[in-house]
Design a protein around this ligand. Structure first.
Ligand code: CA2
Length: 144
């Protein structure tokens, strides 16, 4: 069975508590639960990870090599700042899908650029929780 690693960056553990007009009302736990259901439907294994620390995310990406077959990542604010996460993803040697809950292109100017996109096979933004489920479908299609 193919294994997907879903990585979530800083502050995403706070989802559902504030700014629902931007990020929706879903908590990260409910997103994880729906991702698990979708992965099971597509016969994929899934692991879910969240960290508020850049170095922990870099280490998680490094350790994905050999343990997972694809990465889905919402790098959150690190999308716009982190060459370290970009470099880790460039070296991970597996498909990468970048996800954002909000449409980063119609928000602040500084959110419109993502370093991570340079390492991504595809980018999904603006669809809220659905974006994660679309990313799982995209990964499943890579494996066909
Ligand atoms: O739209 C996305 O998914 C983002 O990656 C979310 C990040 C933001 O920095 C990116 O520009 C776009 C922030 C997530 C923070 O979410 C919170 C939700 C509720 C309360 C506090 C933070």
């Amino acid at each position: 069975m193919r294994r997907i690693f879903v990585i979530n960056g800083p502050n995403l553990n706070m989802l559902g508590t504030r700014q629902p007009e931007i990020y929706g009302r879903d908590t990260l736990a409910s997103i994880e639960s729906d991702c698990r259901t979708k992965a099971a439907e597509l016969k994929l294994e899934i692991a879910f990870f969240q960290s508020n620390h850049e170095g922990e995310i870099v280490t998680a990406i490094q350790q994905a090599r050999g343990n997972f077959d694809a990465i889905i990542i919402n790098p959150a604010a690190y999308s716009h700042t982190s060459v370290a996460i970009l470099d880790a993803l460039l070296a991970c040697d597996m498909p990468v899908v970048e996800v954002h809950l909000s449409n980063i292109h119609r928000r602040d100017e500084f959110r419109r650029f993502s370093y991570v996109s340079k390492a991504a096979d595809g980018v999904i933004c603006g669809f809220g929780k659905q974006g994660y489920l679309l990313a799982i479908e995209a990964v499943a299609s890579f494996f066909k």
